[in-house]
Every structure is written in structure tokens, then in C-alpha cells.
Design a protein around this ligand. Sequence first.
Ligand code: NAD
Length: 291
Amino acid sequence: MRIGFVGLGNMGAPMAANLVAAGHEVTGYDPVAPLPEGLRPAASAAAAATGAEVVITMLPDGPVLCAVAKEILPEMSPGAVLLDCSTVDVESARAVADAAAGAGCMAVDAPVSGGIGGATAGTLTFMAGGPAEAFERVRPLFDVMGQKAVHCGDAGAGQAAKICNNMILGITMIGTCEAFALADRLGLDRQKMFDVVSTSSGYSWTMNAYCPAPGVGPQSPADNGYKPGFAADLMLKDLRLSQQAAEAADADTPLGLAAMRLYETFVEGEDGRGRDFSAMLPRFEKRRRGA
Ligand code: NAD
């Protein structure tokens, strides 16, 4: 397929490289990041989109996505698909889908789970929103870049699934970390805590697969000085998106709100920036009740 790829940062670069390795013809553009080997360079986002059957974007946020979409849609061929894999707010995803339809193209919002490791290994999970016809057109690309793609519904449904999943993840990580901190104070051995909880009703992905306690459970960022992994900054971004969506949809999400505030304090007021989101555990460890 002829593919345009805009946004070749930590995630975009390995995703684009996998498409090239699978034999696709990829033209790339990023104002800052270097072009991965095998991509044809374009002088602008619009140039990368010209003549492409699918244009993939992997950008920081909704405002950047909307600006890029405005620039590239007039250059895209009729019937081409704009496949946005960034994590953005639901409203931006829907606005881009409307703009694409107005330009005679189709849009799919397909944020990913799996991080830089998954992008490099081609094992991402895609959660997609948009017309079924467009989803089927880009499915072969999902197969190259990932191991699973779920069509969640209309425009914005992919972003909705992503922020709901990550709201659960943020809340659960905090719960797991505060339970470990409580267990410490109660004199309970961390390994014993893991052995019980990971096979009892408190089990979760954060406990069983990504345990925040160093030396306990499978290898995780906790065993590597809390280097991300999934950075607390990115968790904060996703929790803010879930609160923005909850506000717009008038949904009551008290724990999501509390989780967002806690990650905000951790990242912006403490030492959380650039650390894995499981570094909540050493944070709780240091603190006392009500401090
Ligand atoms: P990144 O900052 O490394 O990459 C974003 C790239 O977009 C940068 O290289 C930047 O130069 C480029 N860019 C900015 N403005 C642009 C413009 N106007 N035109 C073209 N390119 C532009 O970020 P990342 O880690 O690759 O994340 C990308 C997206 O994926 C984000 O939405 C993020 O939330 C999401 N995501 C990231 C991870 C992760 O672990 N890093 C995991 C899941 C989802």
C-alpha cells in the first residue's frame, strides 16, 4: 500500500519501520524526529499525504491532530483513509472524522495499547472507531503493526475505549500501590502479599503482570528503578482525557477524578515526571496518613 506517515516520534518511528519491513511504500514527515530507515522523506505533512491510500498520524494531542488534519485532508485522494493512532480527546477524533467525510475521505481513530515495546515488536492492540469499510481497508496494516484490532463502533469509539481502559488502569495502579504501602506498615512481607493477592479477588493486571514492588512478581519497571515503561506523565494525560470526556458526557467518575488529581500532584508537584506510573508505590511508602 502507498502510505503517508506523519509523526515519527517514540511510537510512530517503530510502527512506520514495521510497515516498511512488510513491504509497504511509506512516505514520512516529522518536523523534529529523524526519519527511520526505508521511509521516503516528505517536506511537509501535506506532501506525505499526497497520493497515499492511507495516511497514518501518530501525534502528541488533539489540537496538533486537528491542525495536521486541516493541512492534509485537501491533499488526500478521494476515498483515502486517515488513520489516527494518537491518543486524543473524543471530540477531536469526531471533528476530524467529520472533516474527512467533508473532504470525500474516511477517518479511523485507532489509539493503541502496548507502548514503545509493542510498537517495536509489532504487537500493539488497536481500538478503532469509524466506518466498517474503512476499518476493513486498514486491517492489513493493523496486522503488521499489532496483534489485535477491535472495531469498537463509530467515530470516537476507539478513543472512548482507550480512555476508559486507562482510567481503570490508573485507578487500579493506585489501589495496588496503596495496598502494598499499607501491607508494609502492617509488617506483611511483600512476596506473601503478592502470593495471596495475585491468586485472590484483589488480583489485577497491575498486580499480576506489572507488579509495582521491586523483586516481586514478573519483571516490571519496578525492577529497573521505575524507568518507564509507561510514564506517569502519559498516565496523567490519559486521566485528563477521561475527565474531559466525563465532563462532556455528564458521567460521574469520582475515582477517575481522584486518580487524575493524584497523578497531577505526583508529576507536577513531586518527583513523578519521567518515572514509570508504578512509582506511586515509593511515593506512598515515604508518606504518612493525611500528609
Ligand atoms: P512523541 O512525542 O515521541 O512523538 C510525537 C511526534 O509528533 C514527535 O516526533 C513530534 O515532532 C511530532 N509532531 C508534533 N507536531 C507535529 C506536526 N505538526 N506535524 C508532524 N509531526 C508533528 O510521542 P509518542 O510517545 O510517539 O506518542 C505519540 C502518541 O501515542 C501520543 O498521542 C501518545 O499519547 C500515544 N501513546 C504513547 C505511548 C507511549 O508509550 N509512548 C503508548 C500509547 C499511546
